[in-house]
Ligand binder design. Structure first.
Ligand SMILES: Nc1nc2c(ncn2[C@@H]2O[C@H](COP(=O)(O)OP(=O)(O)O)[C@@H](O)[C@H]2O)c(=O)[nH]1
Ligand SMILES: [Mg+2]
Length: 227
């Protein structure tokens, strides 16, 4: 069934009420799937945890850090009655990757491919650095995964308005198949509403099974090697 929520309702329901559910260091530790899950994917330090806190209007929901790579687990959050978000470990930090790249890749791959209620991915890219190698590899992996992707350009306060527009164009040139990215800054109050309106529309598309959101058919899976 497609539920079309009035714009802004979801944001109001979620603000200040989201809950941390658990941290899992392997797929088996996750609780049984419930409701609809959306995963946050992006480079370490791109601002995933800050974004979740800001979007949910809660300061300490997800841990944020100036030190990259501190989220080594899958963290599950309940945002609404049937809405869950998952903060995944960020990719792209060499010192971490050297230590346990296989476990990281396997953790993300396992989760993304086996979790039955994973409905879509929120992909965060630094608005200042479009097209860096790690993001290009993540793009190939996301494409292969075949789940709907909602792209976010993070830390937009670091750019002027004209630069934001030109970075959106750059993103569309490289990764346009996922649609136009939402510009986000945790220092801009209006970003929250802009995001939730877009999320609601995107989620309604996801659940209506529009053809553009159907999985693409590949003959072999691209294993994630960027984490
Ligand atoms: N200027 C600015 N800094 C941000 C923004 N979002 C996150 N940060 C900073 O980026 C750093 C990493 O953020 P964090 O949420 O821990 O990134 P994660 O590793 O992707 O979860 C922290 O120092 C945040 O304060 C933003 O929109 N603007
Ligand atoms: Mg984090």
């Amino acid at each position: 069934m497609v539920i079309n929520y009035p714009a802004g309702l979801l944001m109001k329901q979620i603000s200040g009420t989201a809950q941390f559910i658990c941290s899992a260091s392997c797929f088996a530790q996750l609780p049984p799937p419930e409701g609809d899950e959306f995963a946050l994917v992006g480079r370490s330090n791109v601002g995933k945890s800050s974004f979740m806190n800001h979007a949910c209007a809660m300061h300490k929901l997800a841990r944020t850090s100036k030190r990259p790579g501190t989220t080594v687990c899958i963290n599950l959050f309940k945002l609404g009655e049937t809405l869950y978000w998952v903060d995944l470990p960020g990719y792209g930090y060499a010192h971490r990757a050297k230590k346990e790249p296989e476990r990281w890749g396997a953790l993300i791959d396992d989760y993304s491919r086996k979790r039955g209620n994973l409905k879509g991915v929120i992909w965060m890219v630094d608005s200042r650095h479009i097209g860096v190698d790690m993001d290009c590899r993540a793009y190939a992996w996301l494409h292969d995964l075949g789940k709907p992707v909602l792209p976010i350009l993070a830390k937009a306060d670091k750019l002027s308005a004209p630069m934001q527009r030109s970075q959106i164009r750059e993103f569309m040139k490289r990764f346009g198949r996922f649609g136009e990215p939402v510009i986000y800054s945790i220092h801009e109050h209006a970003a929250r509403q802009r995001f939730w309106e877009r999320f609601e529309g995107w989620r309604n598309c996801v659940f209506s099974g529009a053809p553009s959101f159907q999985s693409s058919h590949h003959h072999f899976p691209i294993r994630l090697r960027v984490w």
